[in-house]
Design a protein around this ligand. Structure first.
Ligand code: FAD
Ligand code: EGU
Length: 547
């Protein structure tokens, strides 16, 4: 188990040094909002199955009871005229046949990375193509993108495309119960994080993946089970309700927190796994733009901030969208969600705790959004190792975390980057790279999972403690005086690619230094007090000017 630092991390609750009025809203929007254009027409012909698809002999038979029969179909979307005996053959030229399970953020980013190496890539995604959907239901609508995620996007040439459609956030804006807003910048050097739409990001990654001729993406194709030692998978084509098998050199599990690939790994001995559901769930709301007289949409709050309403046992977080609306997420224990089962109770709750947000969202809209979907659970998953003989898991599949550090996607995208850095470093020696990825990455990913979980606990219990506030205050002073020497934990996590474990080690070092300083100061003060009794007034005077 990893040692979690104490006391904690977020600077968000240290109000001491911050200005108490918001600076004038200076929209830093990179791009004017646009009508979302139809992307579904770009694709053309349906993608063909990759050569990695294996066909068993009895293709024409009707689906029998025997599993082996029912799984021995070609994927119906595959090439109809493919020759018999298309059976899997390894590439002799160093190219890999790669199957990626999951076409979410990490899966599609991985696809581009492997395609750029020249590998043969097939992505199987259980959901329908988001580019052809009206509205994609599911997890959070927008996400905070920071350095680690950006580094991975840069590596596949997508950084600018994404940044253009993002809203920078230079700091947090803290909303008190009384409606007072306090900005707290992320850094002095204009450091910022970016609010991006999950959907836009996923679509851009999928488009880039499909651009390369050696990549095929199949939607509504779901992994059922497989043999991760032999590289054999059984999938379901959900449109035709048909099972089929594929064989491949490498399986990448990017299928999220409830990963099917990981479930296969769990069948093996000596695979460690644990998952924790926290008491809190989350629910997403929308704060619409304010329309000016000339019809243009404006943000209802200062745009370039991550807005936070921290309360004792629950909180509200708002991230800006391109269309000048806000996605507002309520984090609260399921127990506290329970009594909010009618509009009256809901409005009473909001007007007591989030009056300013209630006014900006509007009572009617709040009620509509709130009762549309129930609160969603939050899970933290860790496991070890991440690989088998010919498979690896990345992203949430390997390390789902609670969102209280804004690092889930960033860490997942960084996984892609690290894997490919290792491929380069070890001249594509796959066996070595798989082992190294687990060895190098697992402890760091576990560290950020623990940190996020710890931050969740800390926010609930430490916010009001005096010691905690003093610590935050000192952190900020030290950072403003010696920024290269005293880097706060969130800064290292968010604005550098320092391995997560090192971020925590640095924090533990800081804790020791501060602890010593406090102890030394106390001792000095008491000695000076004693001495002054004996008339050594000058010693006391000297001690008074110490920190
Ligand atoms: P997913 O995005 O879950 O994608 C997995 C894909 O695999 C899905 O498309 C799924 O359909 C598919 N799949 C699943 N099973 C199968 C199967 N059997 N066969 C085929 N396909 C399958 N992270 C940040 O960095 N910043 C944030 O601000 C942030 N905010 C968050 C807020 C909330 C409320 C939550 C819940 C998370 C937040 N995260 C944030 C975390 C982030 O959402 C995840 O870390 C990220 O989506 C992980 O990407 P992934 O590709 O690994 O998994
Ligand atoms: C939670 C939900 C502010 C998006 C942690 C900060 C988050 C995000 C913070 C969500 C917080 C909390 C940090 C970033 C980020 C802060 C961070 C949390 C994005 C310590 C869409 N967190 N999040 N810390 O410092 O490092 O701003 O849903 F409220 S971005 Cl909980 Cl930097």
């Amino acid at each position: 188990m990893l040692q979690v630092p104490s006391p904690g991390t977020p600077l968000i609750f240290s109000f001491s040094l911050a200005r108490t009025t918001a600076p004038p809203a200076q929209p830093l929007l990179r791009d004017r909002p646009q009508k979302s254009s139809c992307r579904c027409c770009s694709g053309g012909a349906a993608p063909l199955a990759s050569a990695a698809v294996r066909r068993d002999a009895d293709e024409g038979q009707s689906q029998g009871e025997d599993v082996l029969h029912s799984v021995s179909k070609m994927p119906p979307s595959g090439p109809l005229n493919s020759k018999d005996g298309l059976d899997y053959q390894p590439h002799s030229n160093g190219k890999l046949k790669v199957v990626i399970v999951g076409g979410g953020l990490v899966g599609s980013c991985n696809a581009i990375h492997f395609a750029k190496r020249g590998d043969d890539v097939t992505v199987y995604e259980a959901r329908p193509d988001p580019r052809k959907q009206m509205e994609v239901r599911g997890r959070s609508i927008n996400l905070a993108l920071s350095d680690r995620g950006l580094a991975a996007l840069r590596n596949v040439g997508l950084e600018d495309t994404i940044l253009k459609k993002s809203v920078p956030m230079e700091g947090r804006m803290i909303h008190s119960k009384m409606g007072v807003r306090t900005p707290l910048l992320y850094g002095t050097k204009g450091q910022c994080i970016y609010s991006v739409s999950r959907r836009f990001l996923n679509e851009a990654l999928l488009n880039a993946a499909e651009e390369s001729s050696n990549t095929k993406v199949f939607f509504r194709h779901k992994l059922l089970h497989g043999d991760l030692e032999e590289g054999k998978l059984t999938l379901l084509n959900m449109d035709q309700n048909q099972e089929f098998r594929v064989e491949t050199d490498l399986i990448i599990g990017c299928d999220g927190a409830y990963s099917a690939v990981r479930r296969q790994m769990m069948k093996r001995s000596r695979f460690n796994f644990s998952q924790t559901y926290i008491e809190h769930g989350y629910l997403e709301l929308c704060m619409p733009p304010v329309y000016k007289k000339d019809g243009t949409a404006e943000f209802a709050m200062e745009p370039n901030y991550l807005h936070i309403w921290p309360r004792d046992n629950f909180m509200l977080i708002a991230l800006p969208n391109q269309d000048r609306s806000w996605t507002v997420t309520l984090f609260m224990s399921f127990q506290m969600f329970q009594p909010l089962h009618n509009e009256k109770a809901l409005l009473a709750f909001f007007s007591e705790h989030f009056q300013d947000a209630l006014e900006l969202i509007g009572a009617e809209r709040l009620c509509k959004d709130f009762f549309r979907v129930p609160a969603q659970p939050l899970v933290s998953v860790k496991c070890n190792p991440y690989h088998t003989k010919c498979s690896i898991i990345m992203g949430d599949a390997a390390h789902a975390m609670v969102p209280f550090y804004g690092q889930g996607m960033n860490a997942g995208l960084e996984d892609c980057l690290i894997f490919h850095e290792l491929m380069r470093q070890h001249s594509s020696n796959l066996q070595l790279v798989l082992k190294e990825f687990s060895r190098v990455r697992q402890p760091d990913a576990e560290a950020i999972c623990e940190l996020a979980l710890y931050n969740y606990i800390e926010m609930r219990y430490l916010v009001n403690s005096k010691m905690f506030r003093i610590r935050k205050f000192m952190d900020r002073i030290l950072y403003s005086f010696v920024p290269s020497f005293w880097v706060p934990l969130y800064t290292m996590v968010t604005f550098t690619r320092t391995p997560y474990r090192e971020c925590i080690e640095n924090k533990q070092w800081q804790d020791r230094v501060l602890h010593r300083t406090v102890v030394t100061t106390l001792i000095t003060a008491s000695i000076s007090g004693i001495l002054s009794l004996f008339g050594f007034g000058w010693v006391r005077a000297a001690c008074d000017v110490l920190p």
